[in-house]
Design a protein around this ligand. Structure first.
Ligand code: HEM
Ligand SMILES: *[C@@H]1O[C@H](CO)[C@@H](O)[C@H](O)[C@H]1NC(C)=O
Ligand SMILES: *[C@@H]1O[C@H](CO)[C@@H](O)[C@H](O)[C@H]1NC(C)=O
Length: 494
């Protein structure tokens, strides 16, 4: 009996000792395991989606960053997410370890645009498509489009200056669409352009609505329009192939593509990538142009300085001169002088001239920063990832927050001020990402900047505009733009 008790107590003792060590070790292992970032996940299922959409999204992200730091978790649109508000973290996800994070979009959007469009892909297919898109929108190719972009800009401006109030955003969308079509197809007959325009405008209404296939809903109409677009694109491809019109533009490059085994792309792959580029090119460019009008309108001194700079011999355009021009009472006199210089030339914009519009260019850069229309992007962790001691679990969404970085006073002093002159010095590395960064960074950024420069040049040298009604509220469509798309009335000045 004594023996039995001894054994009994020894087992208890040993097992408790064992479990002590075991647990201690477990605990240590648990401690070494990275933990989830701080943050709140909100209510079950809907998480913090409501907060994000009912509050100003700027306020939502900024208040989280203040409370939890640069890395925090939340739960939106049905997914657990880790948000990253530091340049280093954004760089980690987009540039240094992109293979750990894949792009992710709602399935409903993928169905509308077309699943073969490059931004849904990674790996070899993405790299091939990206090479084609990049080479189709390189500066060498887009510079040849200047005269045609100029024609589009001039006819848009002409159509606005008829005394009517325009919705600036809508008009800029038409302009951006036409530039998109030009850069994809070259000169496309009006018959096709009109069909594309009509059907694309039905398609885009479905991008941000509830994805139900019930007949009569916007999403359903959108899918139908998408099928018609395939048909139209098919006709265009057939014609181009028959007439052997393969040109130095996106369609030409897509049709010419051969992979290492000599395989070509299917019509579906080509169509998806064309619709993808139209989607990426239109609302982005149009909303930045709309913001530029708003920012310039709100700062008459700056507007004057930009106008002066567009008429000045290039060498004179630097900060000191502009500051003194805009601060003297007779700034108007000097402007007139330079205007007459310009009128004598009366020639088209050249590539050289678009490169020599430093103040206008900085207005564009600053508008991209301040408006930060792409406030963040989405990736999904492909595996469990550890970053800065935190765990980002596989399957979680990861969101680099461009807007927070662009509005951080550490990187951009007095970030709420619209100050194009801040770009006289280049921003700190990895703090300025209006076009994203890394493998999926925007391949259309040169074209976007070029078409904005061309339109602004003609607008600022020949037109005046006034805003109609209040313009301080913001609408999300889904990019932020001033309410009602910024209503304005244009007049020809000279
Ligand atoms: C001001 C105008 C524009 C802005 C602010 C902008 C911004 C961006 C950003 C931030 C991305 C990266 C998204 C991500 O990493 O998740 C992107 C990608 C892309 N953009 Fe733009 N973009 C603009 C105009 C254009 C234009 C004019 C084109 C067409 C030529 C274009 C074509 C694309 C394409 C095809 C991608 C996907 C690239 C890939 O996944 O590899 N964008 N854009
Ligand atoms: C859409 O495309 C078709 C050709 O597929 C064309 O007949 C039609 O006029 C276009 N516009 C609309 C609104 O459907
Ligand atoms: C300048 O160009 C416009 C339109 O292209 C033309 O009507 C006008 O006559 C030209 N002016 C001069 C001075 O060449």
């Amino acid at each position: 009996m004594k023996l039995f008790t001894t054994i009994f107590y020894s087992i208890i003792f040993l097992s408790s000792l064992f479990s002590y060590y075991f647990f201690k070790k477990e605990k240590r292992r648990y401690k070494d395991r990275p933990k989830l970032p701080p943050g709140s996940m909100g209510w079950p299922c809907i998480g913090e989606t409501l907060q994000m959409y009912t509050q100003d999204p700027n306020v939502f992200f900024a208040s989280k960053q203040k409370r939890y730091g640069d890395i925090f978790k939340t739960h939106i649109l049905g997914y657990p997410c880790v948000m990253l508000a530091s340049p280093e973290a954004a760089r980690f996800v987009l540039v240094t370890q992109p293979q750990l994070f894949k792009p992710t979009y709602p399935k409903s959007k993928e169905n509308l645009i077309g699943p073969s469009a490059l931004f849904f892909h990674t790996g070899n297919y993405h790299a091939c498509m990206r090479k084609i898109v990049q080479s189709s929108f390189s500066p060498e190719v887009t510079r040849k489009l200047i005269p045609d972009i100029e024609t589009l800009a001039l006819s848009s401006l002409e159509s606005w200056a008829n005394g009517q109030v325009i919705n600036t955003f809508h008009e800029m969308k038409k302009f951006a669409f036409e530039v998109g079509v030009l850069s994809i197809f070259g000169q496309l007959s009006k018959k096709y352009t009109d069909k594309l325009k009509e059907n694309y405008s039905i398609l885009e209404k479905g991008y941000n609505c509830f994805p139900t296939k019930l007949p009569g809903t916007a999403y359903h109409n959108s899918l139908t329009a998408r099928r018609r677009l395939n048909q139209i694109l098919g006709e265009i491809m057939k014609e181009v192939k028959e007439k052997k019109l393969l040109a130095n533009n996106l369609l030409g490059h897509l049709l010419n593509f051969r992979d290492e085994n000599g395989n070509t792309l299917s019509e579906e792959q080509i169509a998806d990538n064309i619709i993808g580029v139209l989607f990426a090119a239109q609302d982005t460019t149009a909303s930045i142009l709309t913001w530029i009008l708003k920012y310039l309108h709100d700062d008459p001194k700056l507007l004057d300085a930009v106008k002066v700079s567009l008429h000045m011999p290039v060498t004179l355009v630097y900060k000191g001169v502009l500051k003194s021009f805009s601060s003297t009472a007779d700034g108007r006199e000097s402007r007139r002088h330079f205007v007459s210089l310009d009128m004598e030339e009366n020639r088209s914009l050249t590539w050289q001239m678009t490169r020599k519009m430093p103040l206008t260019y900085r207005v564009i850069l600053e508008s991209l920063r301040k408006a930060s229309i792409i406030s963040f992007t989405f990736r999904e962790a492909a595996v469990d990832v550890e970053y800065e001691g935190y765990l980002i679990p596989k399957g979680w969404k990861v969101m680099p927050l461009f807007r927070n970085i662009h509005h951080n006073p550490e990187f951009f002093a007095e970030p709420e001020n619209f100050d194009p002159f801040r770009f006289e010095n280049p921003p700190k590395p990895n703090t300025y990402m209006p076009f994203g960064n890394g493998r999926h960074a925007c391949p259309g950024n040169e074209l976007a900047k070029l078409e904005m420069l061309v339109l602004l040049h003609h607008m600022l040298t020949k037109y005046r505009w006034e805003l109609v009604g209040p313009s301080d509220l913001i609408q999300y469509s889904p990019f932020p733009v001033p309410d009602h798309g910024l209503r304005a009335r244009f007049k020809k000045e000279f």
